[in-house]
Design a binder for this molecule. Structure first.
Ligand SMILES: Cc1cc2nc3c(=O)[nH]c(=O)nc-3n(C[C@H](O)[C@H](O)[C@H](O)COP(=O)(O)OP(=O)(O)OC[C@H]3O[C@@H](n4cnc5c(N)ncnc54)[C@H](O)[C@@H]3O)c2cc1C
Length: 517
């Protein structure tokens, strides 16, 4: 089925709208990005019988986060049983927290097995997209030429644009510099003096590797993270055979992981004091692994657990206790040609700087590439902060859906659960478009505003606002526009049905039935 004619024979992935006279190739749906979001959207379309779609991906392979982050030690920190699609379980996971190559291979396999390959347009970067109100379609400019699409689904990722901090002198550095999301595998760290800047989720995974290779490691920490033991183990051959033969057994295992993670949501969203028990466990972990009281003090967080992402590691603290490591807590003052100067004024000669400095989250470049109705730039619409109904549809941007959009991130469990819930809402919107014969659908501004107010009201009781820390979850004005202040279950209930009454349906063809969803 195509979006334009429900029930017609499967259309080729790219087609020119009949009689339009428009020489530009056209797709019913253009999906941007091929990580969990973009691939999940493509699979959902296929399952719903929609075939006229393309997946635009700027890189040369699928995988998103799991293609780009290849640093040593890279792995998920949510158990793999849950960090995968519910409709494509993988009985072959070899560990409870799978390493990056396995997750990327899983996404490649999903691409093949769900027949997405013919829809993929690798090496196609979306440069910009503008809504054409007369024709009721999106006009896309890609690095390989123009395209029009009736519907645009953005899966460009919350953590896909590495953030390089404005450290004075960084551009003058004569050694090697790279970001953890663009690891330089050709560069040998053996015997080098290395500075690592940042102690977030990526850094705690690669620091033990760097410590083993480097002659000297200076680790620049702004705020210490809370770190819990990583309860990771190999999944035995017997378990894998069982999961292969009895998919129900794997579903049961997944359900167990789901509810054990979900039960922690109260501590994040309603009663941060519940985090105290987990804080005690983390302190015990620190005491066991770091004998030096001075170092322990520097590694002890002063904010409530959960305020920043809770990290899992068994080898990070032991690495910091090794004699070749110095933990610098005074920040970075400047970089010189061959050294890094700390806030303590000490100049440390280094050969390589590794930036574990995170991503552009609340200021993603995609905001400056999208123009909705009346040429409104998304960056302007979001001048006072990111906002979207259900984190997915944006007032003033017809037929646009954003995966992992504003306030859909999580602190306690797998983002794939949120993506699948968003896909149910988008599928409902597409069914509504097809059934009503409408040209466009767009959330009502007052519905979006009410949703955002509700989210922000609920945000007040969360650990992210009351835990006493600054984090990348907050935007420049201190608002949390990234995380969902509730359970994934609650989000799923809200997104499971597309409500036409919440939306403006425009351009209904004469004679078409204005059916509900
Ligand atoms: C190291 C690391 C570990 C993580 N671990 C976990 C975890 O354990 N659990 C969890 O829930 N989350 C984790 N996350 C968060 C992770 O980002 C999400 O779980 C998930 O991978 C997001 O998928 P996505 O498809 O939305 O985005 P991405 O995987 O980032 O994919 C976005 C894709 O869009 C493409 N793209 C972007 N802009 C354009 C453009 N203009 N034109 C064309 N293509 C474009 C990118 O190239 C990329 O392929 C982790 C993140 C990182 C960085």
């Amino acid at each position: 089925m195509t979006l334009l004619e429900s029930g017609s024979a499967a259309a080729p992935p790219v087609l020119t709208p009949a009689g339009s006279g428009d020489p530009v190739p056209h797709a019913g749906v253009a999906i941007v990005g091929s990580g969990f979001s973009g691939l999940g959207a493509a699979i959902r379309l296929k399952r719903d019988g929609v075939d006229d779609f393309v997946v635009l991906e700027r890189a040369g392979d699928v995988g998103g986060t799991w293609r780009d982050n290849t640093y040593p030690g890279c792995a998920c920190d949510v158990p793999s049983q849950l960090y995968s699609f519910s409709f494509s379980l993988n009985p072959g996971w070899t560990r409870s927290f799978s390493p990056q190559p396995e997750i990327q291979e899983y996404l490649r396999r999903c691409t093949r097995e769900h027949g997405l390959t013919p829809h993929l347009r690798l090496g196609h970067e979306l440069l910009d997209a503008a809504w054409d109100e007369d024709r009721r379609l999106w006009r896309l400019r890609t690095s390989r030429g123009p395209l029009t699409a009736r519907v645009l689904i953005l899966g460009t990722g919350p953590l896909s644009e590495p953030s390089v901090p404005a450290i004075p002198g960084l551009d003058r550095f004569r050694g090697t510099v790279f970001h953890s999301a663009r690891w330089d595998h050709a560069h040998d760290l053996d015997g080098e003096r290395v500075a690592v800047i940042g102690t977030g989720a990526s850094a705690i995974q690669f620091v033990p590797h760097v410590q083993r290779r480097a002659a000297r490691l200076h680790l620049f920490q702004r705020t210490p993270p809370w770190i819990m033991p990583r309860v990771d183990r190999p999944i035995t051959g017997l378990e894998r055979r069982l999961f292969r033969r009895l998919p129900g057994a794997q579903r049961l295992a997944r359900l167990g992981v789901y509810w054990s993670r979900e039960s922690s949501v109260l501590g994040f969203t309603r009663a941060p004091r519940l985090m105290r028990a987990a804080e005690r466990l983390a302190r015990l972990h620190l005491r066991r692994q770091v004998p030096d009281p001075e170092l322990r003090r520097a590694l002890t967080p002063s904010y409530t657990m959960g305020c920043k992402r809770v990290l899992l590691s068994n080898d990070y603290y032991p690495a910091l206790s090794r004699p070749n490591v110095e933990l610098v807590t005074s920040g970075v003052a400047e970089v010189r040609e061959h050294s890094v100067v700390g806030g303590d004024g000490v100049e440390r000669p280094v050969d390589t700087i590794i930036l574990g400095t995170g991503f552009h989250v609340t200021d993603s470049p995609v905001m400056r590439r999208l123009r909705g109705r009346d040429a409104l730039l998304l960056a302007d619409a979001w001048r006072t902060g990111m906002a979207a109904h259900l984190g997915t549809s944006i007032a003033g941007f017809p037929n646009l859906f954003m995966l992992v959009g504003p306030n859909t991130g999580l602190g306690h469990t797998s983002i794939v659960l949120m993506i699948e819930a968003q896909l149910a809402y988008i599928a409902g919107a597409l069914r509504h478009l097809a059934a009503s014969g409408a040209g466009s659908v767009e959330v009502r501004p007052e519905v979006q505003a009410a949703f955002v107010d509700d989210v922000q009201a609920r945000m007040r009781s969360t650990v992210w606002m009351r835990g006493g820390c600054a984090s990348w979850y907050l935007d420049a004005s201190g608002r949390n526009t990234t995380l969902w202040p509730g359970s994934t279950w609650g989000y799923r209930l809200r997104t499971r049905r597309f409500d036409p009454a919440d939306h403006l349906t425009r351009g209904v063809r004469a004679g078409a039935r204005t059916a509900p969803e």
